[in-house]
Design a protein around this ligand. Structure first.
Ligand code: ADE
Length: 251
């Protein structure tokens, strides 16, 4: 998976990508990324990238020319095979977009490459969206000062679903949002901390009991913290039985 990030602040992207798991993923060759500084493509004398909005109003709008020229440079840089009929999707990060979730991360991880466009100020001229953008994505119902953090959130969550990035892919099956449930609680050493004990079942070595306990906790946690996610009918027969046995639900 290769990410192309079009931004006015490439260093924000570089800072995050050069640490921890993203750094390792790049070193191992599981992901690639390249930042493109939109300002470099401005044809104006002072490398201007924004202007006042037509019709008046607060704030500035990013002008179309530097962004579209930057996009053309990204496309020019693509492998021949991609340039022809597999042009990467262009995603514009905006609070107006579709709210991002785990299923979208999983779907986007199947793409060969993606182009992420980060806005600033009041956003980009609408004609940029009409001309080059395929999808508008928001990371939540709040407004940030720019699209760099949202782009990094997409890159991070998408990369986790790219083979080899985590190195323990099986843990993806159990984590939150897989099967519509939150993940069960985790414990590590010591067995007792500030008088609080690790649940006995986890020390028992009895795999079936541990599995049942984790499933039950996962379901209870989802019902309590994210009732909007919980779908009783989507549970398996065994899970429904488990709930009844532990008096979580009396259906
Ligand atoms: N840019 C500013 N706020 C944003 C948000 N919530 N999601 C995506 N991009 C943004």
């Amino acid at each position: 998976m290769k990410f192309h990030i079009m931004t006015l602040f490439p260093q924000i992207i570089e800072a995050y990508m050069s640490e921890s798991i993203m750094k390792k993923a790049e070193e191992k060759g599981n992901i690639e990324y390249k930042t493109w500084n939109i300002r470099d493509y401005s044809e104006s004398k002072h490398k201007k990238v924004d202007d006042y909005p037509y019709g008046g109003g607060a704030g500035m709008v990013m002008t179309p020319q530097p962004i579209v020229s930057c996009y053309n440079a990204v496309v020019d840089d693509l492998d021949e095979s991609l340039k022809q009929d597999k042009k990467p999707k262009v995603i514009y990060l905006t609070p107006k977009g579709k709210v991002f979730n785990n299923d979208m991360a999983i779907a986007l991880a199947k793409e060969e490459s993606l182009i992420l466009l980060c806005g600033h100020y009041e956003g980009v001229d609408q004609r940029v969206i009409d001309l080059i953008v395929d999808e508008e994505i928001s990371i939540g119902d709040y407004v940030l000062t720019g699209g760099e953090l949202p782009a990094l959130i997409l890159i991070d969550s998408i990369s986790r679903h790219v083979k080899g990035v985590l190195g323990h892919e099986e843990s993806l099956d159990e984590e939150s949002f897989t099967n519509g449930l939150l993940e069960y609680p985790h414990y590590t050493r010591p067995e007792v901390f500030m008088e609080k004990e690790v649940p006995k079942v986890l020390l028992s070595g009895h795999h079936k009991n541990i599995e049942s306990w984790r499933k039950l906790e996962s379901i209870k946690l989802t019902m309590k913290l994210r009732p909007d996610l919980f779908d009783y009918e989507a549970l398996s027969k065994e899970d429904k039985k488990l709930l009844k046995k532990h008096n979580v639900i009396d259906k």
